[in-house]
Design a protein around this ligand. Structure first.
Ligand SMILES: [Zn+2]
Length: 223
């Protein structure tokens, strides 16, 4: 990902669009997370309401999906031209000849197979200045990841994906039965908790309605 020469130290801005859907903007680069724009309840009921604002899906630079579950992939097929940043184990599981991961629905993300992509294994500092970092947190799915964003006024936050579904899952370190690897899930929780402790970042638990309700929503934003 290149950095705009005109404004290399722009303030990062994060707009919450709903559920796990956010737009992260920095230095003229627009990154969309988990583009969920429609109701699709099944595997796990979402407590938070659906998107609160609309979002132009054109002209995005990158899409970062926490994982490929149908309720996080959303309308990824409609996001054209953006670079997919994905963990290799997630990509391999999602596009395997026979897809066996629970909650993966290949038809929903079929167009991502040949999308421009940055395949990563482990953590990635997106702009090279530590402010937007993808943190590998496997276990829920083979290549689940969370996103750390350090905002100048708000401070650092971590978008948890499905590391925890609810506040109580964090309290009790609950591992859902459909996670692909319970042991790995617990290790990922530990790792992210250490990051939170080190950085003082706030954890956004996106299936949690109470959390959803108190957030500033699009078109307001965090910076
Ligand atoms: Zn999930």
């Amino acid at each position: 990902m290149h950095q705009s020469e005109a404004a290399p130290r722009d303030t990062a801005r994060l707009t919450f669009v709903g559920h796990a859907t956010t737009l992260v903007e920095m230095s003229g680069t627009r990154i969309l997370t988990d583009p969920v724009f429609r109701h699709r309840f099944r595997m796990l009921k979402r407590r938070s309401a659906m998107p609160v604002g609309s979002l132009d899906l054109h002209g995005l630079d990158a899409v970062v999906l926490s994982h490929m579950h149908f309720d996080h992939v959303g309308v990824a097929n409609e996001v054209e031209g953006a670079t997919l940043i994905i963990q290799k184990p997630e990509y391999d599981a999602a596009f395997a000849e026979s897809v066996v991961t629970p909650g993966f629905e290949p038809a929903l993300y079929s167009k991502l197979k040949d999308a421009k992509r940055v395949m990563i294994e482990g953590d990635r500092d997106v702009f090279g200045d530590g402010r937007v970092r993808i943190i590998s947190a496997p276990g829920h799915t083979p290549g689940h990841q969370v996103l750390y964003v350090d905002l100048e006024n708000t401070g650092p936050i971590v978008l948890s994906g499905d590391l925890y579904h609810f506040a109580v899952s964090r309290e009790k370190r609950r591992v859902p039965s459909f996670n692909v690897d319970a042991d790995q899930s617990l290790k990922s929780m530990k790792r992210v908790e250490s990051l939170l402790e080190e950085t003082g970042a706030e954890l956004w638990i996106e299936h949690e309605l109470a959390w959803f309700e108190q957030l500033k929503k699009s078109p307001s934003y965090y910076d």
